[in-house]
Design a protein around this ligand. Structure first.
Ligand SMILES: NC(=O)c1ccc[n+]([C@@H]2O[C@H](COP(=O)([O-])OP(=O)(O)OC[C@H]3O[C@@H](n4cnc5c(N)ncnc54)[C@H](OP(=O)(O)O)[C@@H]3O)[C@@H](O)[C@H]2O)c1
Length: 249
């Protein structure tokens, strides 16, 4: 262990879904460790407030209101990061939506909404960032997946499917990136205490929020894992990390 500068200092990192939960904590921790963070989400007042608190603490941050389901928004987000900080080192694709329900409920609107955010949103991020990473000769994509894609529980089929689509896309990107230019990391959290269940229908919301209250992790645990993946020296790729409460089945 050396006492040199923090390896995160000076990196520019976009965090999508930075307005709450895991993304908010990831952005905060990265900024505390010297990274310049670009906060993306739809709720502008939330990301503006987080920028303010990061700046007050001496960090570097900007807020870029973004809907990841719109490719033009995500392209503008990447553009803005480069204009402000000169380069983009890491894209953390963390924006996500969970609308749980049994398949026979046929919530086709919710299915589409999850596919739009969790799959199309990720693809939009890649479409916008990969050309930049290629031009720079380096870059890192970190994506928040989920343990719900590993153990498929009732009500989670479509959510899990979107997360496994994300996992497959990330593995495809890894396979296409063995020239060492682009590093890829999938982070799979288990239960984490966030706002993820807030928009669910009442019975699913009750069930998920009870789990979050009983044994959900503090989002800090996931933020530490993201920082660990990003701080690795050139040439070292943390491919996948699973962070779940020790009591989660
Ligand atoms: N909490 C858990 O137990 C858990 C477990 C495994 C995986 N995950 C994953 O972790 C990630 C973060 O979720 P969280 O638990 O922190 O939940 P959260 O508190 O609800 O955060 C979700 C974030 O995604 C953003 N978002 C949603 N739709 C968006 C869109 N169309 N465009 C841009 N941003 C959008 C939200 O911001 P706005 O509403 O302001 O746009 C919010 O910042 C998600 O990918 C989730 O699937 C969570």
């Amino acid at each position: 262990m050396t006492n040199g500068p923090d390896p995160l200092t000076g990196k520019t990192v976009i965090v999508t879904g930075a307005s709450s939960g895991i993304g908010r904590e990831v952005a905060t921790m990265l900024a505390q460790r010297g990274a310049a963070v670009v906060l993306a989400a739809r709720r502008r007042e939330r990301i503006d407030a987080l920028v303010e608190s990061i700046l007050e603490a001496g960090g570097r941050a900007i807020a870029v209101p973004t809907d990841v389901t719109r490719i033009t928004d995500v392209q503008a987000l990447v553009q803005r990061a480069i204009e402000e900080f000169g380069r983009l080192d890491v894209l953390v694709n963390n924006a996500g939506l969970a609308r749980l329900g049994r398949l026979e409920q046929q919530d086709v609107h919710d299915w589409s909404a999850m596919i739009d955010v969790n799959v199309r949103g990720l693809l939009h991020g890649l479409a916008a960032a990969l050309p930049v990473f290629r031009r720079q000769g380096r870059g890192h994509v970190v994506t928040t997946v989920s343990t719900s894609g590993i153990k498929i529980s009732p009500t989670m089929a479509v959510y899990a499917a979107t997360k496994n689509a994300a996992r497959t896309i990330m593995e495809g990107l890894r396979a296409e990136s063995t020239d060492g230019v682009i590093r890829t990391t999938e982070i799979s959290p288990g239960f984490v205490r966030t706002e993820l269940a807030d928009g669910m229908e009442p019975s699913a919301r009750e069930q998920i929020q009870a789990g979050m209250r009983e044994f959900g992790l503090d989002p800090v645990a996931v933020a530490r894992a993201v920082c660990f993946a990003i701080e690795q020296p050139d040439g070292v790729e943390i491919g996948a990390l699973t962070i779940r409460p020790a009591v989660q089945d």
